[in-house]
Write a protein that binds this ligand. Sequence first.
Ligand code: SF4
Ligand code: SF4
Ligand code: SF4
Length: 252
Amino acid sequence: MEKKKETQQIFIKKSLAIFSLTCCEGCQFELLKDYVNFNHLLNFYELKNFRLGQENNLDGPFDVAVVEGTPESQREYKLLHQIRRESKIVVAMGACANLGGIQSQRNHLPAKYIGKPEVKTLYDTIKIDFSIPGCPITNTEAISILVDLYWDKIPKLPGHAVCFECRLNENECLIKKGLPCLGPVTVAGCNSICINSKESCFGCRGPLPQANFIKMKEILSAMLSKKEIEDWLTIYGDYQKKWLGINKRDKS
Ligand code: SF4
Ligand code: SF4
Ligand code: SF4
């Protein structure tokens, strides 16, 4: 009996909130995709706010807030700053939040086509503590990052490129066949899912901190024009901009 009481005390739930700004909401759906995994998360967290998954939602404070999408309206900027004020940890979820996402392509259009302000990442806007990469994220990685955060562990993203997983999957290299692929400069963790289906890696998981863009551009220049290379490197945001939120924050 005493033992059971002790265990219950260890598992004091933390509060979790999941918010969506402008985006397709695909990352939230991916979180829910494996319901067994999602239920596992609820052993650790009380879900205080999750508009997609429940009717009754509460305001902060939150122990952990997860945010997908990019802020576009005054209302969303206000909400984002409120989330930061009310949350101990803020996690940027998905390529939109981390890199700007597909919608950030409008930042590269000529001014006359742009009717809206520049798309900003969450990193451009508020202090972000951790990242969950991908477009969409992967369910198991996201749940594992959130469980790590429950235990005050710093979640680590893979330190190697998509190429590593691609080789393990014994795919034929697209670059060797003369086709463009951003696998060499992209954070692994997706099990090279696109290349397994014979599609190029477009870099949705974000750039490796040690990515060699000079070499990548040199390789791509054999198959693409200068303009096309720049287009490839801005599919999910400005790929060469240093992405600081790669889960290496030193908490000590
Ligand atoms: S990262 Fe991709 S899947 Fe996730 S919200 Fe943005 S567009 Fe949708
Ligand atoms: S196909 Fe792409 S990810 Fe796979 S090994 Fe070649 S460059 Fe790397
Ligand atoms: S292969 Fe590249 S584009 Fe495809 S999911 Fe992985 S990181 Fe994203």
